[in-house]
Design a protein around this ligand. Structure first.
Ligand code: GLC
Ligand code: GLC
Length: 827
């Protein structure tokens, strides 16, 4: 096996350091965490957008291109005829040194050639609609260096989808202006648009280009643009075709001299009445003001320090010191960082998600919440309200909504019967973190229709009821279009390769298709709902709208339904050695030993064990053993086994994938944590840890960089399973529910620090070899330093606990202001 390494972690700086530009796949990072975002690869490829990667794409990017990852923000240096880029691409001139450091919302790429070092720091300052690029050129040679520097960015014509299809129009619309050292991209500004983009630099320029073909040369490539190779800008002015922005700067550096150049790629919106300063001349005030905010190294350094403080602050909320550096770096840095990125991006823009596809998923967004609610609780609150506003009065939900409009997406519609449960899941996580019960009192509409507002609590009630009201012949939940597994389409029966499994006509009428995954999910979230109802009377005094509800009766009613579901699973959902996965349209078993393919599935093992269904009778342990026996492999736990080798019309998309990939027996990392949590329910700390570490990036990073291919510092959605051609190969990195689930699992179930209504519940589940560790946790304004010791090498059970030296009954550290020391002894 090829064990070549392309980089390593720098824990002290919270960076991943890439030392070879030719990574097995572009290894990217994200800049920005509010409104303005950029994707940047280790060779500076990628693009920027404002808020919405489809409708406000600022710079152009070509997915799945040849060569790979072409297009980005590039600096070309022409040093006496030798032309190179600090990030190696696009010229690919061999460099004397190369390094890319991906940090928390910033990336620094440094290259050197023939005695010149070029280092570029890329970041989006807080509260700023722009990407800063601070280029530092240093002459390390003994001679005077006269360099010709060219910047480069290619404009996208705003809508990233039409940008790559509507050329009869696009080639005539492009418009720019050039003033001082700023190039303005104003395509369509004169009609309905109030926004433009700009690319400027803080020094006078000696030339520029804005027309791509003039700069590059029609039959050239980004690797050898005419203007750069000849060392002569054309001062071209784009009219239609493909507008770009390139500055030309002549640089003279004495031996030992170093100089900074600050480039800014920004976005501006003007008020309708302030759009123009003269006919067809755009109002540049805001752009010029933004340039002034970052026109010196001091200003840029201060903005960068502010960004670093922001991250220090976030990452100090939960820190673990376990003595295992591979674990600590994921818990303290990269896992939380990935959770923040999924909060910002949902599933929209990565190197696998083109930014023009789906919006925010109802279930995805609720699950993502458990990854960031401790970091940015206010934004989590807003997110919950947005999500709940897309629900229907019967508890069903739009499967997706659009981030710009926050409206439910009609193209995909509803009917995914797991969706409602996730609202309970997300809301409970929010309240446990913040203690903010008032969110339940908020008036929230259905389907965004004014006049339909009910309390958020009522939304939870209809969510719960949606399952109760949609039970099938075995009293198990009807699946609808699909449950968590979008590709288990039991009511679809599609023979037409041109239709989508998710949106085509669904034969739910008369269907008997039931889901054991929803059954488990319902028991977990149903118990949460019952518990919430029981404690709510203590918290509703200050509330307007919840005063008259009989919560005790509601808790009883809900408990009955949960009990009935548990019975139904035990009676109709147990196959002998594991939980069934589903019943199909006709009422036949799916995920049973009786089946030829797909005998066992991970989702129902995960959720029914998390729910503890049949724990006393040993069902949980048997299910988990079956997972180990049949689903586990070297790289993680596969989704189903045996993989489907032919298309089954009654199962849909799942059986359309080749064996070992995606939902057909891939290691769909998102659901591995369900089994891991299930293991903690069964108190099997060694098994939990083994499963966890198999998909923990820092363990993969150690010796599998080439095989794994994608970034070794974040989780990917899928790793090829044991039936695949190349087991262990990762795909679809960054935007996956795996991030939140890995975080939830390690922080709450392995290290065992669980936010609870009254405080922090301490309930670790450890491998028996685990030593002592410390977690510091900021929680509702207070700070807890929690020392856990495990003198007898047990997996579970808190024998003794003190808070500030005082013994505590039970395992809840009460929420109280101030700083507290908690000592926990396992045993
Ligand atoms: C994707 C979807 C998620 C779904 C999963 C399994 O990750 O974003 O909603 O649950 O696939 O199909
Ligand atoms: C496809 C993918 C699945 C994803 C879904 C989203 O079915 O295989 O993973 O959840 O698309 O629509």
């Amino acid at each position: 096996m090829d064990n070549k390494r392309y980089g390593h972690f720098d824990d002290q700086h919270r960076e991943y350091v890439i030392t070879d530009p030719q990574t097995p796949w572009p290894w990217i990072n994200y800049l920005g965490n509010e409104d303005f975002f950029s994707l940047i690869s280790n060779t500076a490829g990628g693009y920027s957008f404002y808020k919405d990667a489809k409708f406000r794409r600022l710079t152009r990017y070509r997915y799945n291109g040849v060569p790979m990852d072409n297009g980005g923000r590039y600096f070309y240096i022409n040093d006496g005829g030798t032309v190179w880029n600090p990030g190696w691409k696009p010229c690919k001139t061999p460099l004397d040194s190369y390094e890319c450091r991906h940090g928390m919302n910033y990336t620094r790429i440094t290259g050197s050639k023939n005695g010149v070092e070029a280092s570029v720091l890329f970041f989006v300052p807080l509260h700023t609609w722009a990407e800063v690029q601070k280029l530092t050129l240093t002459n390390n040679s003994n001679e005077v260096k006269r360099l010709k520097l060219f910047s480069f960015a290619e404009w996208c014509l705003w809508n990233a989808a039409t940008d790559m299809e509507n050329f009869q129009r696009n080639f005539s619309t492009g418009e720019v202006e050039i003033e001082d050292s700023i190039i303005y991209h104003k395509t369509e500004y004169r009609e309905r648009r109030n926004h433009y983009a700009f690319y400027g630099v803080n020094v006078p320029i000696q030339g520029y280009d804005t027309d791509r073909e003039t700069f590059v040369g029609l039959y050239n490539e980004f690797a050898n643009p005419d203007a750069v190779i000849e060392g002569r800008p054309r001062n071209s002015h784009a009219h239609g075709w493909s507008p770009i922005a390139s500055h030309y700067i002549e640089v003279e550096l004495q031996p030992g001299e170093s100089r900074d150049y600050i480039f800014l790629l920004g976005y501006v919106e003007n008020k309708q009445e302030e759009k123009f300063i003269a006919p067809q001349v755009i109002n540049k005030t805001q752009a010029v003001a933004m340039m002034a905010r970052f026109d010196s190294s001091e200003k840029v350094d201060a903005a960068f320090a502010e960004l670093c403080d922001y991250w220090d602050n976030l990452l100090n909320i939960y820190t673990a010191n376990t003595g295992n550096e591979k674990l600590d770096r994921m818990v303290n840095v990269w896992n939380q960082y990935q959770c923040m990125v999924t909060f910002c991006m949902s599933r929209s823009a990565s190197f696998f998600e083109s930014g023009i596809g789906r919006g925010m998923g109802f279930r995805d967004s609720n699950q993502d919440l458990v990854g960031f609610v401790h970091l940015i609780p206010e934004r989590a609150r807003e997110r919950i309200i947005d999500i709940a506003s897309t629900q229907f009065p019967d508890g069903g939900c739009y499967h997706q909504y659009q981030p710009l409009t926050k409206r439910g997406n009609n193209d995909i519609g509803g009917g995914f019967n797991d969706d409602p449960c996730w609202l309970i899941f997300g809301t409970v996580a929010y309240i446990k973190e913040t203690g903010d019960f008032s969110i339940l009192d908020e008036m929230v509409p259905f389907d965004n229709q004014p006049g339909t507002e009910v309390t958020l609590f009522e939304h939870l009630r209809v969510s719960f009821n949606h399952v109760v009201n949609n039970l099938g012949p075995h009293s198990l939940p009807l699946i609808g279009r699909a449950d968590w597994n979008d590709c288990l389409n039991l009511n679809c029966f599609s023979w037409d390769p041109n239709e989508s499994f998710q949106t085509t006509e669904n034969k739910t009428e008369g269907s008997q298709a039931e889901s054991l995954m929803i059954a488990g999910l319902f028991v977990v979230t149903g118990k949460d709902y019952v518990e919430l109802c029981k404690i709510l009377p203590d918290h509703i005094k200050a509330m307007q709208n919840l005063k008259d509800i009989d919560f005790a009766a509601e808790a009883d009613r809900a408990q009955r339904h949960v009990d009935e579901m548990v019975d139904a699973v035990k009676t109709h959902g147990w196959d002998g050695e594991w939980y069934l996965r589903a019943y199909d349209f006709y009422g036949n078993k799916i995920g049973s030993d009786e089946c030829e393919e797909g005998k066992i599935f991970i989702e129902s093992q995960g959720w029914c064990t998390m729910a503890g269904i049949g724990l006393e009778e040993g069902l949980v342990e048997r299910s988990l053993d079956s997972v180990k026996e049949r689903l586990e492999c070297e790289h993680g736990i596969v989704l189903n086994n045996p993989a489907f080798t032919t298309y089954h019309v009654e199962m849909g998309e799942i059986s359309s994938y080749p064996e070992g990939y995606k939902e057909n027996a891939g290691i769909f990392c998102h659901n591995n944590p369900w089994v891991i949590i299930g293991e903690t329910v069964a108190a099997r700390g060694d098994d939990a840890w083994n499963h966890y570490k198999k998909i923990l990036p820092s363990y993969v990073e150690e010796d599998r960089q080439t095989l794994h291919k994608v970034e070794p510092y974040v989780n990917c959605q899928m790793v090829a399973g044991k039936d695949a051609y190349r087991p262990g190969e990762g795909k679809n990195s960054w935007l996956t529910g795996t991030a939140a689930w890995m975080w939830y699992t390690v922080s709450e179930f392995i290290l065992g620090i669980k936010p609870h209504y009254d405080g922090l519940l301490i309930d670790p589940c450890l491998p028996k070899t685990a030593h002592d560790y410390t977690v510091t946790r900021r929680f509702r304004g207070a700070e807890y330093e929690i020392h856990v010791s495990n003198p007898n090498g047990v997996s579970k059970g808190v024998a003794k606990m003190t808070v500030d030296g005082m013994p505590v009954e039970g395992a809840v550290v009460p929420a109280q202001p101030g700083k507290h020391i908690v000592e926990v002894v396992m045993g």
